[in-house]
Design a protein around this ligand. Sequence first.
Ligand SMILES: [Zn+2]
Ligand SMILES: [Zn+2]
Length: 781
Amino acid sequence: MDTKQSITTTAGSIKPQDFKFFALGGANEVGRSCHIIQYKGKTVMLDAGIHPAYQGLASLPFYDDFDLSTIDVLLISHFHLDHAASLPYVMQRTNFRGRVFMTHPTKAIYRWLLRDFVKVTSIGGDAENKDENLYNDEDLVESFDRIETIDYHSTIDVNGIKFTAYHAGHVLGAAMFQIEIAGLRILFTGDYSRELDRHLNSAEIPPLASDILIVESTFGTATHEPRLNREMKLTQLVHSIVSRGGRVLMPVFALGRAQEIMLILDEYWNNHHEELGGGQVPIYYASSLAKKCMSVFQTYVNMMNDDIRKKFRDSQTNPFIFKNISYLRNLDNFEDFGPSVLLASPGMLQSGISRDLLERWCPEDKNMVLITGYSVEGTMAKYLMVEPDTIPSINNPEISIPRRCKIEEISFAAHVDFQENLEFIEKINASNIILVHGESNPMGRLKSAILSNFTSLKGTENEVHVYNPRNGVEVTLEFKGTHIAKAIGSIVDQIKNKEAEIQKIKDEKLKVEQKEVKYENKDEENITQISKIEEEGIVISGLLVSNEKNFNLDLVSLSDLREHHSELSTTIVKERQSVHVDCKKELIYWHLCQMFGDVEVIIDEDNVSGIKQEEPNSEDNGKLVLKLMGDILLTVFENIATLEWTQGLMTDTVADSIIAILMSVDSTPASVKMSSHTCNHGEEHKITEQDKAELLQRDEVWKIKQISELFKEQFGDSFTLLLDKENPSTSGDIKGKISFGKNESTINFSQMKIEECNSNPLKGRIESILNIGANLAASLC
Ligand SMILES: [Zn+2]
Ligand SMILES: [Zn+2]
């Protein structure tokens, strides 16, 4: 097998494959995050959330739109319900068979959180919807054991899909994933925050560049107030309400931001002990999960930022054991007599404790609802923003409850604002950006803002493309990618030798430059050689072997293939064909010389070629061995001509034409002439120059017939060779005609050119056949 050919063949099979993205949820919306990415036959799913504004099956991502059995890996960015709550459903109730990964804290919190979710949804949903429970406790337990964990900054490889987890800020355990498939790197931010808060590390910039960035767009082009201002506003608002005897309801998601708010409030209560009546105003954290989740928080202090770890070290007390905050499992033992602050879940007031308190407190104007999280479209928290006069009761939607309490929103949602997002996007420097996790309008505004930020790159190869697809709408990106192959085996020595050679030349060049030795002519050559190498690099030939599993490419020499890739083998196919020949060897030799020009004589016992000086064997039955076109061996001995060659595109064709010549040698006009020539002159064996010229002319028709055979093969009955049988030698050129359908062409064989042709593709085909014919019958034109 020709090595050069093998490289092109292998490289040809590494076709550019499209990267595909599409969202089953979380595109042009906040909620039910679930995205699919596909590249090189690998499929990764990102997140499996629910939509907090809907219930039951309606809250799921559009799982029916995708064959979940094809997913290799599912990565969960963080424990929030809109990112993780449909995971047990995917694992237990669908044909999903892939592996699932999340960070340790996410897994620990997820366990308690989803137990609560199962409970809340089965109580909160109305009676008819009971069957619509997405999963039960058993599903949760069974799926839990199959979830694998990943540490921050560690990389896991699942059948060629490599992924690394980085801090995302946002909530404890939240991760951004950088996924690498066949050299293509995709960064998925999940929900992320770049702000330095009280307990979390802010989102990191991965050290390796990314080709594609899938980024959240929750706040679109909005700008956050500075953190300190927000903290101050929050504590002042709460202080003013409780000092006039009011109650503050802070609906929070049980975990994550709630702990951040508690850190702020606990510190404030410590510092303003006297003003707040010396411990007369209680703060409660009301959630059925409160205690369990706090213990998880206390466990994972080591995964938080330096600030909180230092506090933990210095004081030897856990910063998540709050002096001024008490826990409530439910409202049964809650003594609601005076001013208080209540952090209660769920965060969007859809049901549960926070909803009960809202309905209880909202008619009084001295009370306040303070929303600190992100409110999803369609939820009660979002509805309150318009300050409605009444709200529907959850237990009896016919009843309207008057709303007189204050409604305030101070966001501690831990999502980037526009400026933070843009800075991050610039640092990641990916030329393809896919926006997710945002309502249509803010997302659309963000897209325009990013594009206008990068207008200077428009039309360049670094042009930034921004996509904001809807759910189920595919984004396809073509990546050619650079293929890097690892050289192994003896090819490494080849490279080293070449490098050494180059180094030697470089050293000599240096010596010349430093005038240590005299400038010689050969230095000129060396300098050109070096600049050529610097331009092209070292050129090495070998076989590229691609590993299906990890996309690694190995460059091996053919002889090393068996050692390094035992799964592959090489085969050299040798062909051998024999035909009976009745004519003189001299005739065969002459015809082959006419046809191929370059015929190498290996053995010539009867001196057929006339090369040998000594007298020929009188018996005239010696062996003739010829080598044609480099690789084809023809042996003629005792009326048997045997052809041997290595299978290949070119050699097969040539061998076919040699056999055709051997079979028809007797009947060619030249042979007839030569036979009679030999007959007339008895002992005369050699052909004179004049004879040759005459023979050549007579032989033209025969050769054209040979070439026309190629056309017969290609075009069948559509091809006719037009021979003037009456007077072939004087009646001008010999032509052929091709006609099929509307396509017609006339070929002049004597001049080896196309006379007319009404179709360009046909013309191309004819030209290439004529070329082959011309090569085979080199002496004709
Ligand atoms: Zn989140
Ligand atoms: Zn989210």
